[in-house]
Ligand binder design. Structure first.
Ligand SMILES: Nc1ncnc2c1ncn2[C@@H]1O[C@H](COP(=O)(O)OP(=O)(O)O)[C@@H](O)[C@H]1O
Ligand SMILES: [Mg+2]
Length: 603
């Protein structure tokens, strides 16, 4: 067969292979087009999960007669005014969605341009375009696709049940809605309303976060909105905003993590890795935080043309973005202080009424900490420096107060200690409720935070190897490690170059003790390649701190007197992250009087 150019309809079908995978991908393209057209409301209607009909109606700027005729041509777009791929400011730019969709289903579009007295329609079936004809329509555009994949029946086999296609559509629309609180969205399937999101116009200018949070509450649920800390970080024209869920609000998968780059929902390994890094010492490995993050940067600093569906991106300075995310989340959680999520109390209340599993069920049980340990002298120091166990305070004269006075209660969010029960739990009275503290978990976290602080203040002790170790790697890995040797030295790892593919290790962080230097370097090289940062070394150091903290902290079963208990509560209030232990379990539970009254049927 001679070489030839493929006919246009076949080219469009090939493009559809990448862009139009299933109903949700069609919906994504059409809703993005509506948003690009400046729509204030977008209504999506499906029949049979999108197989029979997908319809997207918007009130955007619409198209006139000529624009409509052009819109369905391959590589026709109105979104690249500069003829370059550097300044992409809208969702679209490839100009292939409409022709691709028209090649695999029966496409019809009706549109009325802003300010125009006439509406026009056009249809495309099996790649054949009808003439543009006058029609009746208010303002904006309605795009309908009937009989998806009738032209390429082989692909029908890959569709899932109507229900799971609907779920995928729902997810796509919700994701776009999260980034656009000012736009109203609705989704209807077989005449049944799936959801309706009204426009969150509430003072978008003065309080952009408030509108955003309302929309997130509508999409992700109240729990998230009530238990998320605002994130705000920026440098060199890059900004990260959004909300980080408190660690005690954790999930079994990362499905509740949503990332947006310049308003575009993305699934990006780098960004997901950054979230993991930010939470790594607050959560057990198998638990995942909830988070919504918006990364905004100049269009020229991010390449969105990496994937036909544009769900992946490439940053010019990925280390910067990663750093902003990790720093922004950590800062947000720090400001959240000792807060543990309200879902903890909710789960507790539920536990009273039914034997349901509480929210932190998946985390390891207390005392089941993995890994060997050595209570080094750093840990000893941290424990010694620790106020609540100060022998001064442990005087037997410090007795339980008869009734704490109201001002003291108001001043202390975690209240005044009233009793220690079972040698393990501190019960405190607050202005409007009671707090129950797990003394071991709380103290462990406090010791750990103290250790991290002293690591940061005094630096990481290094230990010289008696015989420097040669580690043979591949050349790019060796170069990558050497180029970051200053940073690694700060973490206690001193290396030098030795020939093109070999590095010499002279000193290691003392905290690591005897360690597999080979394995460590290989992991570090991989991480530098993937994320641009030496995550595992920090992670290792922090997890050792965690283990030491666990063994250096007040055991359950130890009697505490009033002063010790109050000191522990005050320390918790003053210490960031003290609302959860190192595995994301809560260190305390708060029950409001109102909740307790409800328990007893008084409300
Ligand atoms: N809902 C809409 N409202 C107004 N114009 C639209 C709409 N959908 C598509 N268009 C026009 O049709 C063109 C082609 O759309 P599309 O094939 O999705 O490519 P792209 O979005 O990459 O430009 C767009 O550039 C735009 O000018
Ligand atoms: Mg488009």
């Amino acid at each position: 067969m001679p070489i030839r150019l493929l006919p246009p309809n076949l080219v469009n079908q090939i493009a559809a292979g990448e862009v139009v995978e299933r109903p949700s991908s069609v919906v994504k393209e059409l809703v993005e087009n509506a948003l690009d057209a400046g729509a204030q409301r977008v209504d999506v209607v499906l029949r049979d999960g999108g197989r029979a009909l997908i319809s997207v109606t918007d009130d955007g700027h619409g198209m006139d007669q000529d624009e409509l005729a052009m819109a369905v041509e391959r590589h026709a777009t109105s979104k690249l005014p500069d003829d370059d791929l550097v300044h992409i400011a809208q969702f679209g730019f490839r100009g292939e969605a409409l022709p691709a969709i028209g090649a695999v289903g029966r496409l019809s579009i009706v549109s009325r341009a802003q300010g125009s007295a006439h509406a026009w329609n056009l249809s495309v079936e099996g790649g054949a375009k009808s003439p543009v004809a006058p029609a009746a329509f208010n303002q904006g555009t309605r795009v309908e696709l009937r009989d998806l994949f009738y032209a390429v029946p082989a692909r029908l086999k890959f569709l899932k049940t109507a229900r799971s296609e609907l779920n995928a559509v729902s997810e796509i629309v919700e994701r776009l809605a999260m980034a656009h609180p000012e736009v109203a969205f609705s989704l209807t399937d077989d005449e049944r309303s799936v959801f309706r999101l009204h426009a969150e116009t509430a003072d978008l200018m003065a309080e952009p976060d408030a509108a955003r949070l309302k929309r997130l509450a509508a999409v992700m649920g109240r729990d998230f909105a009530d238990n998320a800390a605002p994130v705000e970080a920026g440098r060199d024209g890059h900004r990260v905003t959004g909300f980080a869920g408190l660690p005690t609000l954790n999930r079994a998968t990362a499905a509740q993590q949503f990332l947006f780059v310049n308003g575009r929902p993305v699934k990006d390994r780098l960004l997901v890795g950054a979230i993991r890094g930010a939470y790594q010492d607050f959560l057990a490995r198998d638990r995942h935080p909830m988070a919504v993050l918006f990364v905004d940067c100049p269009p020229e600093d991010v390449d969105v043309n990496v994937h036909p569906a544009k769900s992946e991106v490439r940053f010019r300075d990925s280390a910067l973005v990663r750093g902003l995310i990790v720093g922004g989340i950590r800062h947000a959680l720090e400001r959240a202080g000792h807060r543990a999520s309200t879902t903890v109390a909710a789960a507790t209340l539920q536990g009273f009424s039914a034997p349901a599993a509480p929210a932190w069920h998946g985390a390891p049980r207390p005392g089941a900490y993995p890994g060997a340990y050595n209570v080094s002298h750093l840990a000893a120091q941290a424990v010694a420096a620790f106020a609540p166990l100060d022998p001064e305070l442990a005087r037997p004269s410090a007795r339980m107060e008869a009734t704490p006075d109201a001002t003291r209660l108001r001043d202390y969010p975690l209240g005044v200690a009233r009793a220690q029960l079972h040698g393990t739990y501190i019960v405190a009275q607050t202005a409007d409720g009671i707090v129950i503290v797990d003394q071991h978990a709380a103290h462990e976290r406090l010791v750990y935070e103290r250790m991290k602080e002293s690591l940061a203040a005094t630096g990481i002790a290094r230990q010289a190897l008696l015989i420097p170790e040669m580690v043979e790697l591949d050349q790019p890995s060796a170069e990558r490690l050497i180029s970051r040797s200053d940073e690694l030295a700060e973490l206690g790892l001193v290396i030098e170059s030795f020939g093109p593919a070999t590095v010499v290790v002279r000193e290691v962080p003392a905290l690591l003790g005897k360690t597999d230097v080979h394995g460590l370097l290989r992991d570090l090289a991989d991480e530098l390649a993937e994320f641009g940062t030496a995550l595992s070394l920090k992670e290792k150091l922090e997890s050792i701190c965690g283990t030491m903290a666990c063994h250096g902290s007040v055991r359950a079963g130890r009697q505490l007197n009033q002063a010790e208990m109050d000191a522990l509560l005050r320390q918790m209030e003053a210490t960031p992250h003290s609302g959860q232990c190192n595995h994301g379990r809560p260190t305390y539970v708060e029950l409001k009087l109102a909740d307790i009254e409800r328990l007893f049927g008084r409300r």
